[in-house]
Design a protein around this ligand. Sequence first.
Ligand SMILES: [Zn+2]
Length: 249
Amino acid sequence: MGMNVGKCNLCLQERPLLKKSHIIPDFIYRESNIYHKDHTIHKIDLTQSFRGNVTKRGKQRSGEYEGSILCQNCDGKIIKEYEDYAKVILYGKESSNVNKLLYSFSYGEIAVENIDYRKLKLFFLSILWRAAISSRPFFKEIILDEKKLEELREMIFTGNPKNNLDFPMLFFLDAGDDPRLKQYIGQPVAGIDNNSFLFTFPGILVYYLFDTGIIPDKLLKYQILNSGDIRFMRLSSKQIWELFRFLFG
Ligand SMILES: [Zn+2]
C-alpha cells in the first residue's frame, strides 16, 4: 500500500504522492447535499443542456479526484488552508479565527465584506489549476497554456493572490428554482476563445476569465477585490441559461 513517489505538481519536489486528491473539493459535494442515498452524485453536461439537447445525467461514485498529482503537504496544508476558509464564506461554517463577515443582501446581489482576499481568491484559482492539470475527462475543456499554468502554480504555492486584474473571476448565485442547476455539478466549459471557463457548482457559478474586455462593464463588480469584498450577482434560472447562451452559444 505504499504511495507512489514522484514530482508533486504544486511544489515540484520529488515526494510520496497522495492516492487521492480532490479536483473539486469534497465539501462542495457534502455541504450542498448533492450526494444521493447511495453516495453517488449526478452531473450534467451543460454544453449539451444549453444547446437544447436532452440533459445527460452521469452517475459517479464520489467527487472528482485523481491520484499521484499532489504531495501531502501541498494538498493537506497549502490547499487545505484555502479550502477551510472557503467553507466559512460559502457555507457559513463557524470559525473563531475568521474575521467577522459583513453581508448585505439586495434583490440583485449579495455582497460580503471583510473577506480574506488572499485565501478566497487562491481557493477558487486552485480549483481552476487542479482542473487544468487533471487528466479526468470531466475537465477536458479546461486547458491552460504552460505560462498561465506556471503562474497559477506559483501563486497558489507561495500564497500570492496578486492584484484584482490578475486572473479575475465573476461570481453568480443561482437564485432560481431549476433543480438541474441547484443539485448538480456541471461539467466545466470553455468559452469559444479558450480564454474563459465556467464552473457550475451547486447554486454558485464561477466564471474565470483572462480578458475582462469581453465582459459588459456592469458585470465587472461581481468579483473578489483586494479591498476585501466579494460580490455575487443573483440570477434566476432563466437568466443563467441566458448567460450560458451569451457566453458559449
Ligand atoms: Zn507538493
